[in-house]
Design a protein around this ligand. Structure first.
Ligand code: FAD
Length: 434
């Protein structure tokens, strides 16, 4: 059987290894337009920060692909013909398949801001290796940059630019930083931290147009608040979306929604074609659909899709949401749902005085359902366990020390948090009685 995988990101490569582990005789081909070897996209910023070489971004020795007999093909796939079971690359090469996995990931969002089409130089995203190369190319001739979009990728780009001595105006449309993932208090904490690093953060600012120089280099960004921010570089970090535009134009397109529609066993609408990772869209029991665009989900989906392609019965259930990252020096760990909460949810927030550190626990119907931790290091597996075991917030607060990593610096004072928690519960009881 010839297994062909389009995309050598974590989803595609996890599927390839899964298939090889189980089918020694299979032929496996991985096609990618971006890079010859799988690399860790989440570590892109460390290359731009000069802390890692490009080669260090690759989690595996390059020899592993030959040893595992995984053929690598470099090129962009432009056509898919499910009738003939073949894909075609942009240079005309055709590859036949027995089973095909689409693991094509995400592409950055871009809005048609007036003037953008004239800015041919200095406008960047921060998603691919090609984006990284563009960032590195423009940085030496940049004194001021504008970064648009208050999410994780935006803040990573900002940190890299600050590292290179670039003055940054960071434009965020919302009234606090990253409301999709952080409540206002945490957003304010991060805003303070960014400003402490010299970043000029502008909340409630929406781009209206951009201005290019006569030579085509980005020169300024104008916002609907009537401000103009001069710059030599513009970073557009307003989110990513599944990389599916090309699939709409192929000979036999799979069913598409926001992403490639799959069932819980990763099957698309086409025979013997599966999809996994950032590009896959799952149906939800309530009739909605879900696209998961995080590393851990893509890895898990890739492994399971590989198994499904081998013929295993697979029923994917999106796991409890977990993510971890850093905003400059502030560690971030989140588990469960912490922002879109029903009215009766209890939310306990504590900011540690004098530190860029806080904790938030969410309780619904007497059991903990979410954690949002900033400024210290936590073992998320404890949080997941407490949520699965339906522990109450009282119990979790009592045992919270178990989840705190034993690092020399950066631990938070849990006695202080527990005193604040007792006061919070006491106030709630008094309010109930009144
Ligand atoms: C800067 C940055 C930081 C991030 N940080 C975090 C983090 O801290 N935590 C976290 O959980 N997630 C993070 N993410 C998200 C995470 O990296 C993704 O969820 C994950 O990499 C998705 O893996 P994937 O295999 O689905 O897709 P991808 O890694 O996007 O791989 C898909 C590959 O397919 C290729 N491809 C697409 N179309 C074609 C085609 N037609 N022909 C050939 N090849 C094609 C693409 O070029 C790409 O190489 C971050 C993302 C970015 C950009």
């Amino acid at each position: 059987m010839h297994y062909v995988i389009i995309g050598n990101g974590v989803a595609g490569i996890s599927a390839a290894f899964q298939i090889r582990q189980r089918e020694r005789a299979a032929r496996i081909t991985v096609v990618s337009g971006e890079s010859d070897y799988f690399f860790s996209r989440t570590a892109l910023m460390y290359a731009y920060l000069d802390r890692m070489n490009l080669r260090d971004l690759e989690p595996y020795e390059r020899t592993v692909y030959d040893r595992q007999r995984i053929e690598r093909v470099r090129g962009w796939v432009r056509d898919l013909d499910a009738g003939r079971r073949a894909i075609r690359l942009d240079d005309g090469r055709e590859i036949g398949y027995g089973r095909l996995l689409l693991a094509v990931g995400s592409v950055p969002h871009r809005l048609p801001w007036p003037g953008l089409e004239s800015a041919r130089e200095g406008v960047v995203h921060f998603v691919s290796l090609q984006d990284l190369a563009a960032c590195e190319r423009w940085t030496p001739s940049t004194r001021r940059a504008v970064v648009v979009g208050g999410g994780l990728i935006g803040v990573e780009l900002v940190e890299c630019l600050v590292h290179h001595g670039v003055e940054v105006d960071f434009l965020v449309r919302e009234s606090w930083y990253w409301p999709m993932a952080l409540a206002r208090e945490e957003g304010d904490l991060i805003a303070e931290h960014l400003r402490g690093h010299g970043v000029r953060l502008h909340l409630d600012h929406e781009v209206e147009s951009v201005v290019a120089s006569a030579g085509g280099r980005i020169a300024a960004v104008r916002t609907s608040q009537g401000r103009e921010f001069p710059c030599e570089m513009l970073g557009i970090c307003i989110g990513v979306r599944p990389a599916v535009d090309w699939l709409a134009a192929v000979r036999t397109p799979p069913a598409l929604g926001r992403g490639i529609r799959v069932d819980s066993s990763f099957r698309t609408s086409l025979p013997d074609v599966w999809a996994a990772g950032d590009c896959a869209e799952f149906p939800l029991p309530d009739g909605g659909a879900k696209v998961e665009q995080i590393w851990y989900a893509a890895k898990r989906q890739g492994e399971l899709a590989g198994r499904a392609m081998l013929g295993d019965r697979v029923a994917y259930q999106p796991p409890l949401f977990y993510n971890s990252a850093k905003f400059f020096d502030v560690e971030y760990t989140t588990v469960g749902e912490v922002t879109r909460l029903p009215g009766d949810a209890v939310s306990f927030f504590h900011r540690f005085p004098g530190r860029a550190a806080s904790l938030r626990l969410i309780e619904q119907d007497g059991r903990v359902t979410g954690f949002n931790m900033l400024g210290s290091r936590w073992d998320h597996t404890w949080f997941e366990r407490w949520i699965h075991e339906r522990r109450s917030m009282d119990e979790v607060m009592e045992h919270l020390h178990l989840a705190q990593f034993d690092v020399e610096f950066g631990r938070v004072r849990l006695d202080e948090a527990r005193a604040a928690y007792r006061a919070f519960r006491g106030a709630a009881r008094r309010q109930e009685r009144a």
